[in-house]
Design a protein around this ligand. Structure first.
Ligand code: NDP
Length: 678
């Protein structure tokens, strides 16, 4: 029986409108679900997100929101089999669904982990160091990032109903923004099932996630400058949404990820007997058939040296002929149908367009052998390889995106031409280059980088662990310039920043230090009371400082240190040679000696709450220290964050080493772990 999809609005499931449309199975055409959003009050949904979801999320720290993502990921992992089962009807094989379902859950896990490690346990991010703005240091600048107060509207494509929703949801929620998510209708029943699992978990606060099964109605009319639209799909729809009067009038942030004629280039050095040639053929065949080619990142243009065209064509045809096309529920099937009859109609029409510029050299758009299903009732289509003999004169092969198992071979005569052909795509999500020659790779990268969001450079050394041309990864930017939409998603924290406003703060060091909870030069320090190493993490305050007495560094110290460590570099040991060096007045102390003596000056040695020093950052030696000079240290608590375990916290100390003239000779951050108060 067909499922009636409901929307989740203002904290309740809302039944479909009376005009619900049928959503047929890609495999056999039976109606799987029906959906309509008619009757939803979109203005009220936007209000609910802003008034209820936003404040609840913003009341949490980044770490608390990261924890929500992790709990969601665990919750979905335990229930994912139901999603796999539903996904067969979208045409996806189990392998295809792994990208969608496990890939989506993996993205939640990745953002949970990065949020915990890379973001503060705060409700804002301090972006960079204080900027000195005045001669006396009483007026400084700092940048903070804080969550927008609006709603993130996510409009997703049909091809990845789970991953598409989660890869947008994770950075938005981590940033602290509530989401209204709208899946593509043709596969909405999978997204619907996943959202039902999320709602049932009760993990997210009310208003953090709302869901529209059906069209977005007049939602965009209600958007303001505090809102964000993130869209994946066709260039036509993207243009419509970007040009929506409210979106352009209110400068609503708009992220688009859309059509992309991604290229794979076989290097001029990669002959048929080379490992790169085999890797290339394998990757192109995989990209054509995974998800039946319905991936925004799939290879559409196969750019090869003219001399290798026949060899590539034969090798690809042999691989494509081995595909078993049919009912994705059958484990032996390697490629399922397209997502809908409509999609198959579109792809056939696009192939007919391409065929005006190119010849079909593998497959027949009208005929396909199918196992375990009816080739006409399901949206089955053969993989189709085309060959365009004159890609310089041709236009369609660079503009028509056949969103199915379709790619076109384009020969090139030299590398400049290969680059030019790839650029004719006018901006793509990804291109790959298969070469073992560093000069070839560099030429391709310099020509392709400005036109692409990601470049996949595969060769024999990386082949075993390469993540695939078509795989967007949470750590790397996903998006591309020009035709690809000009947006960026994921990319670690870069994706979170879309939902945050960067604001420059100007004020006194004391004020900015108090606001940002980070000590900066000129802010108050506290030197009274016990040594800071005697204070627990909870007792330490920003600005707590040790000012040490000074210590003279003698020539004997330098020689002792040199022989003890084995570092007898001439600048420390040979007066004449040191003098000849333009940076030194003569023999100087080792930088590491200065660090070691500095530690000797500032430590409080007895066992106590300070547990370990786990590193230094930002280290700079700014002035040489000569024998007879003296040094002293100021060590100040600069920032604190909770540790990975409840027993300790992490403390960042600002260390500055001065000489007898109060000039800074070294500066760095010391990173320690300190025990929490009992
Ligand atoms: P669409 O642009 O038609 O749909 C994408 C999303 O936008 C869907 O959720 C759709 O909802 C929604 N949408 C459509 N019209 C509007 C509107 N007026 N206001 C608000 N939302 C709207 O793309 P398709 O998914 O139909 O795919 C068409 C083509 O787009 C493909 O053949 C392919 O060329 C390209 N595409 C590119 C992708 C990429 O990642 N680069 C991914 C998928 C497709 P609904 O389903 O309810 O219409």
């Amino acid at each position: 029986m067909a499922l009636t999809l409901q929307s989740f609005a203002e904290g309740h499931w809302v039944p479909a409108g009376a005009d619900a449309v049928d959503i047929p199975s890609a495999v056999d055409g039976r109606v799987v679900a029906t959906a309509s959003s008619t009757g939803l009050d979109f203005a009220a949904m936007a209000r609910f997100a802003r008034m209820v979801g936003g404040p609840a999320l913003r009341a949490m720290t980044f770490h608390q929101r990261a924890e929500l993502l992790k709990r969601l990921a665990v919750h979905l992992t335990e229930r994912k089999e139901a999603l796999y089962e539903l996904s067969f009807d979208t045409g996806a094989t189990r392998r295809d669904s792994w990208i969608d379902i496990d890939g989506g859950i993996g993205t939640l896990f990745a953002y949970a982990s990065r949020g915990r490690k890379e973001l503060p346990s705060e409700r804002f991010i301090l972006d960079g160091a204080f900027e000195p703005l005045s001669r006396q240091g009483s007026f400084v600048g700092a940048h903070i990032l804080s969550p927008l107060h609006g709603v993130a509207v996510h409009v997703n494509a049909f091809n990845f109903p789970c991953w598409g929703l989660l890869e947008k949801l994770a950075p938005a929620l981590l940033a602290g923004m509530p989401v209204i998510s709208k899946p593509a209708t043709s596969t909405a029943y999978v997204a619907h099932a996943m959202v039902a699992m999320i709602v049932e978990s009760g993990i997210l606060p009310p208003g953090a996630l709302q869901f529209v099964a059906g069209s977005t109605g007049d939602l965009l009319d209600h958007l303001t400058g505090q809102d964000v639209v993130s869209f994946t799909g066709s260039a036509a729809t993207s243009g419509k949404l970007r040009d929506h009067p409210a979106v352009s009038r209110n400068a609503v942030r708009f992220i688009a990820e859309r059509d992309s004629l991604n290229a794979a280039i076989l290097g001029s050095d990669a002959a048929p007997e080379s490992p790169e040639f085999d890797l290339f053929v394998k990757e192109v065949a995989r990209e054509m058939t995974a998800k039946a080619g319905q991936k925004c990142t799939a290879i559409r243009r196969v750019i090869v040296p003219r001399a290798q065209v026949q060899a590539v064509r034969d090798a690809l045809a042999a691989r494509l002929a081995r595909q078993r096309i049919g009912n994705p529920r059958d484990e032996a099937v390697t490629m399922g149908p397209l997502s809908s009859q409509g999609q198959r109609r579109d792809v056939r029409a696009q192939v007919a367009e391409l065929a005006r510029d190119a010849e079909i050299v593998f497959g027949d758009p009208a005929r396909v052998e199918v196992s375990g299903a009816n080739a006409e009732r399901g949206a089955f289509l053969s993989p189709l390889l085309l060959h365009c003999a004159d890609p310089i004169r041709a236009e369609r092969v660079h503009h028509v995106e056949a969103f199915g198992p379709v790619a076109t071979l384009l020969p090139y005569d030299d590398l400049d031409q290969a680059v030019m052909l790839a650029q004719r795509g006018e901006g793509s999500l990804v291109a790959s280059a298969f070469s073992y020659d560093p000069a070839v790779t560099e030429q391709l990268v310099m020509g392709l980088a400005p036109f692409h969001g990601r470049l996949y450079l595969l060769d024999r050394d990386s082949a075993k662990e390469g993540t695939g041309h078509g795989s967007p990864l949470p750590a790397l930017v996903h998006g591309g310039p020009g035709r690809a939409g000009g947006g960026e998603e994921m990319g670690g924290m870069r994706g979170v920043h879309h939902y945050l406003q960067r604001t420059a703060l100007q004020g006194s060091p004391a004020k900015l230090s108090a606001l940002t909870r980070q000590w900066g030069a000129g802010a108050p320090t506290r030197t009274d009371g016990p040594h800071p190493f005697r204070r627990s993490f909870d007792e330490l305050a920003i600005g707590d400082t040790v000012e040490t007495p000074s210590r003279v560094i003698t020539l004997g110290d330098i020689e002792h240190f040199a022989h003890f460590t084995g570092d007898t570099f001439y600048a420390h040991m040979d007066e004449e040679a040191a003098k000849a060096n333009p940076f030194f007045p003569g023999r100087v102390a080792h930088g590491y000696l200065i660090l070691s003596f500095a530690a000797g000056l500032f430590v409080d040695p007895a066992p106590g709450p300070l547990l370990a020093n786990y590193g230094l950052e930002r280290l700079r030696f700014l002035k040489p220290v000569s024998p007879g000079d003296s040094i002293r240290v100021r060590l100040t608590v600069k920032a604190k964050r909770l540790g990975r375990l409840p027993e300790y916290g992490e403390v960042r100390w600002d260390a500055e080493v001065f000489n007898q003239h109060d000039e800074t000779v070294a500066q760095y951050d010391v990173l320690t772990m300190s025990a929490r108060a009992p």
